[in-house]
Design a protein around this ligand. Structure first.
Ligand code: GLN
Length: 465
């Protein structure tokens, strides 16, 4: 009830698209009965959680923040949602996002932008003299609603999706933790796809140890997702006695990217120094193909988007246009009316990259560059580096008025420079809040680890926290 009240009090954030009040109260009551009987279902019994609106939820609208799916109600739960419900976790609602998870601001959805709860924090208002109603800052995205839900204390954890940074980016800007697990560790069944070869469910929590608990519950083989693998046998609770001494931390020199703010750079150096003082080995490493990653990501992303979005034709799911003079015109009008211009733009460029005469030049070449980017990481980790330390985002959160004025799509694409390479390589990464900027807004740092070393990665992250 406290969480539901907070949702009401924080409606101006626009974090939720659907609040499942009745269901939440029913689930909470059942959990209470179990707890009073001393028979909880598991460690999450009665714990409120929120879910990004691109995960299917049985009999609950799942819109992807798109007109195309605004009335779509799936008949089943995504595996990761079902696993949380099986533990007795209480679903508070579905969270706002960029349309079909395309974006880095949570400003591009059909239900309006999400406001960062820190816009209303004394730290921000005192430092900048901002009036929150006009100077509010973005959450980042695309899982901005989930990040805002955790940051504004309306849920203890939230699911996001991470294709190029969509959980780590908003987590960093909203001051919460986000884990992007190794590709294949968590099932994508029921997650409406953006880029199948890069999508993973992301875990957003208030602390690193909470993320470890959730990872333990969600990971593992799912016969409905052929890319999943069995969970590692080691427990996911983090060791109490983790020793940072002799851990080798790599600082990728190419991540001193254009647009990186002085403050974020200073914070990055500060945490590297802290590691060194504590006895870890901090060394510079090179990931030479980083400079190609944004372009490479976008070719691959748009190509998969073009293919994935083909299913929205007005026949099977969601919106259907009234224009029905022919089947072709019904398809075209449905897609014109249902998708925003970001989605339509990606479908167009994706189909262009996949044209017979362009396929080799764009798609195949991008696949090769993707391999080189993945090899860069392999090379560094096989030289003995345990984790990489990088910023999560270039700057703290931008004012909505600035973000929406600039060429949003270019800004949005650059925003993911530190996060996208990780998705192309399928590696685990975590964003941890480490400081407040001079504007009184959160700054986050990212740790990246070798595939399936999610637990070790979280142990190092917990040390920073
Ligand atoms: N910002 C990136 C994009 O627009 C990543 C999105 C995501 O991770 N879902 O594609």
């Amino acid at each position: 009830r406290k969480c539901l009240n907070r949702i009401k009090k924080t409606q101006h954030l626009n974090a939720y698209i659907t609040v499942t009040e009745e269901l939440a109260l029913k689930q909470a009551q059942e959990a209470e009965t179990r707890l009073l009987q001393g028979a909880p279902k598991g460690p999450l019994d009665g714990i409120p959680f929120a879910v990004k609106d691109n995960f299917c939820t049985e009999n609950i609208k799942t819109t992807c923040s798109s007109k195309m799916l605004k009335d779509y109600t799936p008949p089943y739960n995504a595996t990761v949602v079902q696993k949380l419900l099986d533990q007795g976790a209480v679903l508070m609602g579905k969270t706002n996002m960029d349309e079909f998870a395309m974006g880095s601001g949570s400003t591009d959805g059909a239900f309006g932008p999400v406001r960062n709860p820190w816009s209303y924090a004394a730290s921000y208002i005192e430092q900048t003299g901002a009036t929150p109603d006009s100077d509010w800052v973005i959450t980042g995205g695309s899982s901005g609603g989930s990040a805002a839900a955790v940051a504004s204390l309306t849920s203890y954890l939230a699911l996001g999706s991470d294709t190029g940074g969509s959980t780590r980016n908003p987590a960093a800007l909203c001051g919460v933790v986000a884990l992007k697990p190794t590709y294949g560790l968590l099932s994508r069944h029921g997650l409406i796809p953006l880029v199948n070869s890069m999508d993973v469910p992301g875990i957003m929590t208030r602390s690193v140890s909470d993320a470890a608990i959730i990872l333990g519950i969600l990971q593992g083989l799912d016969t409905r997702d052929s890319t999943t693998v069995p969970a590692p046998s080691s427990p996911t609770e983090l060791p109490q006695d983790f020793d940072i001494k002799n851990v080798r931390i790599g600082i990728p020199k190419e991540y001193h990217a254009p647009g990186l703010s002085e403050e974020t750079l200073a914070q990055w150096s500060h945490v590297a120094d802290m590691f060194e003082k504590a006895g870890a080995h901090v060394e510079q490493v090179s990931l030479p193909h980083t400079q190609h990653s944004i372009v490479c990501y976008h070719v691959l992303c748009h190509a998969e988007v073009a293919s994935n979005m083909a299913r929205f034709d007005g026949l099977e799911y969601g919106h259907r246009s009234k224009v029905d003079s022919s089947t072709e015109s019904m398809y075209a009008s449905t897609r014109h009316e249902g998708f925003n211009d970001v989605v339509r733009g990606r479908i167009l460029s994706g189909n262009y990259f996949l044209l017979q005469q362009n396929y080799e030049h764009y798609f195949v070449k991008a696949q090769k560059v993707r391999r080189l980017i993945a090899e860069d990481f392999k090379h560094v980790f096989s030289s003995g580096i345990d984790v990489l330390l990088t910023p999560s985002t270039l700057t703290d959160a931008a004012r909505y008025t600035d973000f929406s004025q600039e060429d949003n799509r270019t800004r949005s694409a650059q925003e993911d420079v530190f996060t996208q390479p990780v998705n192309m390589a399928g590696l685990p990464a975590v964003s941890v809040p480490t400081a407040l900027s001079r504007r009184g807004l959160p700054i986050g740092l990212q740790l990246i680890g070798p595939a399936f070393q999610d637990r070790k990665l979280l142990s190092v992250a917990q040390w920073i926290e």
